[in-house]
Design a protein around this ligand. Sequence first.
Ligand code: GLN
Length: 511
Amino acid sequence: MNDATHHGSSTDTLGHPRGLVTLFFTEMWERMSYYGMRALLVLFMTANLQDGGLAITVASATAIYGLYTGAVYFMGLPGGWIADRLLGGQRAVWYGGIIIMIGHIVLAIPSDQTFFIGLVIVVLGTGLLKPNIGAMVGGLYASNDERRDSGFAIYYMGINIGSVLGNIVCGYLAVNQGWHWAFGAAAIGMGVGLIQYRLTSYKLEGVSALPADPLSAKSRQTSWFVIGAALVAIAAVTGLALSGQLIINPQVVAEYTAFIITGVFLLYFGYIYFLGKLNSTEKKSMLALLLICFASAFFWSGFEQAGSSMNLFARDYTDRMIGSFEVPTAWFQSLNSFFIILLSPFFAALWISLGRSVWDPSSGFKCAVGLLIMGSGFVAMFFAAEVAARGLTVAPYWLILTYFLHTVGELCLSPIALSAVTKLSPRRFAGQLMGVFVLTYSIGNVIAGVMAGSYDPEAIETIPALYKQISMISIGAALLFIAISLKTKPWEKLAANENKDEESQATSQAT
Ligand code: GLN
């Protein structure tokens, strides 16, 4: 993930490098396809056969959902590496997008067998696209460019506009035309994104056009061979599972996977920390980053109930009638993105004014507060579930309130964390650490899937306990992280100063 060298040129759009427009729309369409399909995933898997669904149990469906969303982000690790060392970010995003579109086309084929094949293809494509497009946004700015945070805030808006579009279009089509029409719409969305990317990629002006740290010709050959072998292995496992020769219990796999991904995260992080020849300032900034990673993993473990248990709660226990119109269940998924779009400008202003204040909270503190607010959203869900447990239909305001609190939490954590990763990472590990950070999404998604498995629609009285547990864990962890963030705050500052020094040294050497 190339560090770009053109900052603040005359070709800026609205005060930002014009490549941001290209990346904004590409990611918007990619997220339209991702969230449009994701909103339907659990609903489709748990729907009866006569409703065109797969009639899978809630526990298995939420585990598959967790594994799928976890795998999407896990593949960001090899995806980031492939861009850094083999393809360059620009080509990784292009091929990733093509693979994603093929995945959605396969999902649009109305057959149970192709469903899982489609999911595997989308996972592979997203792994290639997602971390690299984020790192390319970072690559548009010099490390001391103060437009970086605001660039990420704009990019985050793009993500969420795409998400609203996907939820609305795919949610509507699923109810009125059928599941596979909705999956097809996701393919079209990705297709539009690809055309847009192709036509405007000149605006990227060479950012990540080439691999940042290319391998020698011989190592390239070996790497492609290993990648080919890994793909054959994935195809073989998928084939064996589909033909019934390999019995996979998604719940058990999901539980193990959560441990394995956490292990990979700690090992990779530890490898860079202990063996990366870091100086003491870099080590301190890595520790500040570790706190942010922990907060992120806890955050998504709770937040990601959205597409699973909260989605089912919207379907089964929530009053969705407006007059005679029944609001499609998936539309509730768009509340999060809707609030993001609404609240982003407010938060952008808040961070700027806090940044100028004497207090100036650290990134770690903001992330921990985000976790706290997300946890409080589950307190609302707990009360809503109590009402449902009494056999009543719950007013939609409860879910709306929860999504509101979750979104406020997300705005304190997610864009702040993304920007912090690009700031706190030692420069030579920037790309890899973005991949490592994306693993926290993966951990969160898998754990969320496992926890959602205890949502039993036949035993509504157990649901309040699920939400109570999530809120207590999140709030407890948040309080601990807030305390630790007081310690890591000066370490964040050290990193910022060091980067500034490096940057000015580089500039003075260059001139
Ligand atoms: N909404 C953000 C995105 O799509 C974060 C997703 C996540 O699960 N961490 O990029």
